[in-house]
Write a protein that binds this ligand. Structure first.
Ligand SMILES: NC(=O)c1ccc[n+]([C@@H]2O[C@H](COP(=O)([O-])OP(=O)(O)OC[C@H]3O[C@@H](n4cnc5c(N)ncnc54)[C@H](OP(=O)(O)O)[C@@H]3O)[C@@H](O)[C@H]2O)c1
Length: 297
């Protein structure tokens, strides 16, 4: 099968499209014929050799965690799924024609593979940070880095829960953010004052890692209600860093429910072929993705 791998850590040029052995579903796993693989920042962070969660990566390594496709092998002990089912979920080496998933859910009717592949990790992250920051219905949440994958999910889940959102994003994304139900403003000079004009803020999320933790803490007035997923300097500012994934099956079930109710739609900014994986990483790393970037097989 065709698969994107890297044999050494480095820039996007270390990605290679090779002919690889097909993986097989072990106990508790399914294998899918991949139709689309979501591109997450963690994919290029791993490729660059940033050690995540203390786990060393064996080389050569496949790339990609999120995927959507058609079940074509079912491991021992797996119930409730049939060959040919359309699923989305999380596995490893998903930038490939076949990949093994360790967590999955059946795709809602009418959802395209390209869009489905963008949901698993961002919905898990969005649910986790909303719970960890402790924001309640009727309160106001400030979100910096609101227009990316995680931000798009956070805004829509917050709206579904009756949480008001003030979203900070790029100039080109203001209408997009308002369309997701948020009050929106731009980052850059004067952004703190612009946020203050919207009124009281009960909690804040930093999803971009753009060095704003002090300002977020000042705006909220309670450091325990500020959380970042992207700034390693959290401790210096007395705020929390969230980095340990929650339950992926629970997140997929929540995603299915939200999508079925028409409450969640994350747009695909651009699709790439497997041969274009390096471009997908370059574009993701540039840091201005609206929604998700996706690799299609
Ligand atoms: N710790 C964890 O568990 C965890 C989990 C998932 C992701 N992450 C990390 O969280 C980050 C976000 O993930 P993602 O998938 O949502 O990334 P993404 O899709 O690439 O989105 C990043 C967003 O950041 C915005 N941005 C760029 N510069 C900004 C600035 N100065 N102020 C405010 N916003 C700015 C961009 O908005 P504009 O286009 O509007 O400029 C872009 O939409 C990544 O660094 C990722 O590695 C961590």
């Amino acid at each position: 099968m065709k698969q994107v791998i890297f044999a050494e850590f480095g820039g996007p040029e270390v990605l290679e499209l090779v002919a690889a052995e097909e993986p097989h579903a072990g106990p508790g796993q399914v294998r899918i014929a991949v139709r689309a693989a979501g591109v997450n920042a963690v994919d290029w962070r791993i490729r660059e050799g940033q050690i995540l969660g203390g786990h060393a990566i064996a080389l050569p390594s496949g790339v990609g965690l999120d995927a959507a496709g058609v079940v074509d092998e079912i491991g021992a002990g797996v119930d409730g799924i049939a060959l040919g089912d359309h699923v989305f979920g999380v596995g490893s080496g998903t930038y490939a024609e076949f990949a093994v998933l360790s967590a999955w859910a059946r795709m809602p009717e009418g959802l395209a593979f390209e869009e489905a592949a963008g949901y698993p990790s961002v919905v898990e992250t969005a649910l986790r940070v909303l719970d960890e920051v402790g924001v309640r219905p009727g309160q106001t949440l400030l979100v910096s880095g609101a227009s990316g994958g995680v931000g798009s999910a956070v805004l829509q889940i917050a709206r579904d829960r009756g949480i008001a959102v003030i979203a900070v994003g790029g100039a080109a994304n203001q209408d997009y953010l308002r369309g997701l139900g948020a009050a929106a403003t731009t980052y850059g000079d004067g952004w703190v004052e612009r946020v203050r004009e919207f009124g009281r803020v009960d909690a804040a999320l930093d999803l971009a890692g753009s060095g704003v933790l002090r300002e977020l803490a000042d705006l909220v007035g309670d450091r325990r209600r500020v959380l970042t997923i992207a700034d390693p300097n959290a401790a210096e500012f007395g705020v929390r860093f969230s980095g340990v994934a929650g339950s992926v099956p629970d997140a997929l079930a929540a995603a299915v429910d939200l999508i079925r109710r028409g409450k969640l739609h994350i747009p695909v900014e651009r699709t790439y072929t497997l041969a274009e994986a390096a471009n997908a990483h370059i574009d993701s790393r540039a840091g201005h993705t609206r929604g998700r970037r996706v690799i299609v097989t």
